[in-house]
Write a protein that binds this ligand. Sequence first.
Ligand code: HEM
Length: 397
Amino acid sequence: MAELSRRRLLGAGAVAAGGAALGWGAGAVTGRAAATAAPGTVDFHGAHQAGIATAPQAHTTFVAFDLRPGTDRAALVRLMRVWTDDAARLTSGRAVLADTEPELATAPARLTVTVGFGPGLLRAAGLEGSAPAWLKPLPPFAIDRLEERWSDGDLLLQVGADDPVALAHALRVLLKGARATATVRWTQRGFRRARGTEPEGTTMRNLMGQVDGTVNPAAGSADFDALVWCEGAEQPWLAGGTSMVIRRIRMDLDAWDELDLPGREIVMGRRLSDGAPLTGTAEHDEPDFAAAGPGGLTVISEFSHIARSRSADPRQRFHRRAYNYDEAPSGAEISDSGLIFVAYQADVEAQFTPVQQRLSDSDMFNRWTIPIGSAVFAIPPGCREGEYLGQALLSLR
Ligand code: HEM
C-alpha cells in the first residue's frame, strides 16, 4: 500500500513537473480540462479510437497476438479493462498503476493506443455470430508471397508516438497486461520522418523516395467519416468502429535501383521530385488519365500504380496510413525494407478488396513490391470514461 501511494505521489509529481516545463497546467492532465487534449497528448476517449484519424506519428508499432488456449470472454473483458485504463493514463502522460518506470510516462509525445479484434477473438468469446462478414483473411492474390510470421492474429495493438521512448514504455506496459491472456504472434515497427523535420501536414515519403499518401480522404471530413467509420447497420457493436487491413510489403530496392528516373515515374504515374501527377505541376493536382503524349499513348499509363488503384466507383476508397520499415539486413543483403501498408475502411470487401484485386491483376509496380504479410482486424469504436474498449461486443448476450 505504502509502495503504491509512493508511486502515485511520484507519478503525479513527475507529471506536474513535466507539465510546467511544457508550459501547460497540471489541470490538463488531472482531467479537469479534459475537453481538449494538452499539447503533446491525443484524447483517448471519444466516439472513435485514436490513431486512425490522428495525424500519423513518427513511430508506430503493430503487435498481433495469439490468445492463449482456454481464453474465454471473462478473460477478454479483464484484459480490455486493464488495457483501457493503461491506455487512458499513458496517452495523457500519467503513469499506470504500479508502473515500474513512471518517469517514462510523462512525455507521451502524441501517444495513441488502438486495439483491434481478429476472428479468433470473437470465436474465443463465443461471439462468432456477431462477426462482420469481412472479418477473415483477404482472398489470396497472385502477387502474394505471404509468410505466416507476418500474417493474421487474434488481437492487435497499434501504438504510435512521436518519440520512441514513450512508445517503448507504453508497449512494455501493455504487453505486461496481456501476459496471462495472449502471446505475441508478430511485431512490425514502422517509422516516418522525425516530427519537426518537415512542416506539419507534409505527405510522407516512403523508402523508394515517393511522396506517399497524397490521395486520401481528409480526416474529419464527411467523406472520411462515410468511408472509414462503420454505421453499425450490419453489427451494431461496430458503430463508430472500422476495419484495418495491414499488409507488409517488401520493396526490392536492388531491382528498383536499376530503373532510371523516367522509368520510376512511369511506374507510379507521378513525379518523384514533388509527387505531382505526370499530367500536372503540383502534388494535389488532379491526374488527367485521358491526356495523350506525343506518341498518342496516355501520359499516365493505364498500368501505373495510380491508374490501377483508382476506381470509377467512389465507394472503393479507404484511408491509408502507411509506415516505412527497415530491418537489419542479413547475409549479402543491403536492406530489408518496405512499407507497412495500413488501410482503414468501413467494409473491407466492398472498399478494399476490389482495389487490391486490380493491383494484383496488372500494376506495373508489382515487379518491385512483394506482399509478405497480411491481416484483417475489426477496430471497435472508442469508449467514454468509465467504459472499456470493446464493451459493446463483449457485453452482448
Ligand atoms: C509497397 C507498396 C506500396 C507503395 C510503395 C505505394 C505507393 C503509392 C504512391 C507513391 C502513391 C501515389 C501518391 C498517393 O496518392 O499516395 C500511391 C497511391 C495509391 N495507392 Fe499505393 N502503394 C503501395 C501499395 C498499395 C496497396 C497494397 C494499395 C491497395 C490495395 C494501394 C492503394 C493506393 C491508392 C488507392 C492510391 C491512390 C490512387 C489515386 O490517385 O486515386 N497502394 N501508392
